[in-house]
Ligand binder design. Structure first.
Ligand code: NAD
Length: 482
């Protein structure tokens, strides 16, 4: 075995490294000369083996004892939480999220496993009287079978956890393919799962490219369901293929989330909510508020103070406790962010602060950028950037603000800062986003309640909480003559 090279986990063990595989180097975006880990890339053949192993294990796992499943999930959650500091530092080194946020993400991952440990004991069905005499009906939930899980780079441990935990809880076998930018957290999670007592084949993890390994998993006829989080573009491809072969599919994709600030807002709350929701995690969250819609009464003071607060944000190494905002995830994403900034300038928006690359240790550091004089037709206002770039739109009143918030192809999260009960209630009731926040950032949600959006942001049943049952089980109706 090649020393120090990590590998995929298939059929109960980490695959032996032959030495002729392509090597994936995982680099630290705060300091790209640092290699976090090296991995032997899986290929399509290994992906097929993983699916076959999962299929082999599926019949027994589907009828496994719920207490056993609960104990396994609980053990995984316990180890994640016990190792939170170490896992958070690893996450910060590979993704660039600051340690404070990485700790929150690791906790969320651990708690998701603990939540589904409990859910494993609550798999009740229903008993219903038939309309025919002497006939009884049972409605039960059954596992779907083999589930393919494909995750993005921006939540390297929480997203895998909130998909893997319910999949296993409801008796499914898993083939998990993390994003290639963040294999180390995925590997650490697989390592924890490998010691949890799961039978071989129930959980498999493949480190490899989307176009070969992900594609093989998604097209494999033995994979009955696909849970995907990532870009809208990849999501659309996956949906088309899944529907064609009639696999169950769940997609969580992009966002261009609005945050409305009304004249009656508590300005301190509004500033905190805007700064956190827009720039924390370097703006690399599907729930980030990248459109700020501000009514004209509060606009001058709010914007002046927002500029001050934005300028004061400390951009730096994700491991430095003084850092507010870590690096952009890689050179490619930095280029995307800079292209959007150029397009904002070219279309006539005013860049009031930020937008410059900070040269330090070769890291992908970008000053958070704030645009004013934004028009709703501009690309920076319409398209998901996935970086620390915020556009501010001035409007006259709540009605205009609401219409502007709704003017988007996405529908993941939407927020409002107001002290008006009337506007808060109207917004909660009428916003077409899947998640609505009042006086809270658009990003930052609980782990035990449904997560998801509408339109171009999500497709299929909700993730998380008890609602995850909808995707990870199928319904059976049984009739019996007594
Ligand atoms: P991406 O679509 O490039 O990749 C996501 C995953 O899909 C990766 O594991 C990738 O390897 C895999 N993949 C790529 N092409 C594939 C193919 N042809 N077949 C199978 N798998 C394939 O997305 P990303 O850049 O990793 O993540 C950023 C995106 O994720 C953003 O758009 C963001 O909004 C979105 N996101 C959404 C949510 C949500 O819950 N709505 C959460 C986090 C991130």
């Amino acid at each position: 075995m090649s020393v120090g090279i990590k590998s995929s986990f298939v059929n109960g063990q980490f695959v032996e490294v032959r030495g002729d595989e392509q090597i994936l180097e995982n680099r630290n975006p705060s300091n790209p000369s640092e290699v976090v880990d090296r991995f032997a890339r899986a290929d399509a053949a290994l992906a097929s083996l993983a699916v076959e192993a999962a299929h082999e294990a599926a019949v027994e796992w589907a009828v496994s004892n719920p207490q056993f499943r609960a104990d396994v999930l609980d053990r995984i959650g316990t180890e994640i939480l016990e190792r939170r500091e170490e896992l958070a530092r690893l996450l910060a080194r590979e993704e660039g999220k600051v340690v404070r946020e990485a700790l929150g993400e690791v906790d969320r991952a651990g708690r998701s496993f603990k939540f589904y440990a409990q859910e494993a004991l609550r798999t009740a069905g229903e008993k219903i009287d038939s309309v025919r005499p002497g006939v009884g009906i049972d409605i039960t939930r059954q596992p779907v079978g083999v589930v393919g899980i494909i995750s993005p780079w921006n939540f390297p441990i929480a997203i895998p956890a909130w998909k893997i935990a319910p999949a296993l809880c409801f008796g499914n076998c898993v083939v998990f393919k993390p994003a290639e930018l963040v294999p180390s957290s995925a590997w650490a999670l697989a390592d924890i799962i490998s010691r949890s007592g799961l039978p071989a084949g129930v959980f498999n993890m493949l480190i490899g490219p989307g176009r070969s390994v992900g594609d093989t998993v998604m097209r494999h006829p033995l994979v009955q369901a696909i849970s995907f989080t990532g870009s809208e573009q990849t999501g659309r491809q996956i949906a088309a293929i899944a529907v064609e072969r009639m696999a169950k599919v769940q997609l969580e994709m992009g966002g261009k989330n609005p945050l409305i600030v009304l004249d009656d807002a508590d300005i301190e709350v509004a500033l905190d909510v805007a700064i956190q929701g827009s720039f924390f995690s370097t703006g690399q969250r599907c729930t980030a508020s990248s459109r700020l819609i501000v009514t004209e009464g509060i606009y001058p003071e709010f914007v002046a103070r927002l500029v001050e607060r934005t300028r004061a944000l400390k951009v730096g190494d994700a491991l430095d406790p003084k850092t507010d905002i870590g690096p952009v995830v890689d050179a490619k994403q930095l280029e995307v962010d800079l292209d959007f900034i150029q397009s904002g300038l070219a279309e006539g928006a005013t860049l009031v602060c930020g937008g410059e690359v900070i040269v330090r240790e070769g890291g992908y550091f970008l000053e958070p950028a704030l645009f004013l004089d934004v028009k709703p037709t501009m690309r920076i206002y319409r398209e998901e950037i996935f970086g620390p770039v915020l556009s501010v739109l001035k409007v006259r009143n709540y009605e205009e603000a609401f219409a502007a918030a709704e003017d988007t192809q996405f529908g993941l999260s939407a927020g409002i800062v107001t002290t008006s009960l009337k506007h808060a209630e109207h917004f909660k009731r009428n916003s077409s986003a899947g998640m609505v926040m009042v006086n809270l950032p658009t990003a930052g949600v609980d782990y035990h309640v449904p997560f998801g959006g509408n339109r171009g942001s999500s497709y299929g049943p909700r993730e998380q909480g008890t609602y995850a049952r909808e995707f990870f089980t199928k319904v059976k109706t049984s009739y019996q003559l007594s």
